[in-house]
Ligand binder design. Structure first.
Ligand SMILES: Cc1ncc(COP(=O)(O)O)c(C=O)c1O
Length: 247
């Protein structure tokens, strides 16, 4: 076979062959994951409980049996060291013993009453001690927390628009499902989001105080959503020294 070469000297045909062979080897070694995906397709779009679980990887989605610490095992018995720990959401690792004990104990006594339990005070006291914010409210997802935070800001300021940083991921709600296109225009990121959402969200490059100042000039912004470092959609983008102070 004729090798196609580019300036870098990389043999792309050979790379594609290797990729195909490795994909096949990966799949052949995971027959139970493949079978579960087929079974899942009958009852879930893309065969998985959240459709992106298929799109996030360039290979067959792994079906997990269990995890412990920074490792998990798939249903075919392969063990993985997990450097991502579910996008850091499992930052204590998988199944840490104190958490398993506390959650099991709570569930065994009933886990949801639509009424408060004393644990809520214990947790709020500890969060207040650690983070220096006096009062706490709870939601079951970061999407919901950000949605509520934006509403609170609108009520507090009497303004409606929201500033976010380009490359952010703040959750699956309309205002956050916009992005900059190649011309720098804010555009809808996903189908199903109303077209006028773009008017309510201003996207600014991270680490650019001048662009941020321009966005705030009109004094019509209710809130700036940010993170200590921008994560998720663009990997990890650290703040320049002083950027958060400027913000
Ligand atoms: C920075 C950030 N904000 C919000 C979210 C959304 O979290 P949830 O899935 O709990 O709504 C994520 C999830 O990856 C996140 O990384």
């Amino acid at each position: 076979m004729k090798a196609s070469r580019v300036d870098s000297g990389v043999d792309r045909v050979r790379v594609r062959e290797l990729k195909r062979a490795e994909d096949a080897r990966f799949r052949d070694a995971r027959p139970r994951s493949a079978a579960l995906l087929e079974r899942g397709r009958r009852v879930m779009p893309n065969g998985v409980p959240m459709a992106w679980m298929v799109g996030s990887y360039h290979h067959l989605p792994l079906w997990v049996a269990s995890g412990e610490g920074a490792r998990f095992t798939d249903v075919d018995g392969h063990m993985y060291r997990d450097f991502n720990i579910a996008d850091l959401s499992m930052f204590c690792g998988y199944a840490p013993e104190p958490v398993v004990r506390a959650v099991s104990d709570r569930v065994a006594r009933g886990n949801q009453f639509m009424l408060p339990v004393e644990d809520a005070i214990v947790v709020s006291e500890e969060l207040a001690r650690r983070y220096g914010l006096r009062k706490w409210q709870y939601t079951s997802s970061a999407t919901h927390a950000n949605t509520e935070a934006i509403r609170v800001a609108r009520v507090a300021t009497g303004r409606e628009k929201v500033v976010m940083f380009d490359g952010k991921y703040h959750g699956h709600f309309d205002e956050a499902l916009v992005e900059l296109d190649e011309t720098g225009e804010v555009v809808i990121e996903e189908r199903g989001v109303p077209g006028d959402t773009v008017a309510g969200t201003v996207l600014v490059p991270f680490n650019d105080p001048a662009a941020l100042a321009r966005a705030l000039e009109g004094r019509d912004i209710a809130v700036v959503l940010t993170e200590p470092a921008i994560t998720n959609n663009i990997g990890l983008l650290l703040p320049d020294a002083g950027f958060h102070d400027e913000l």
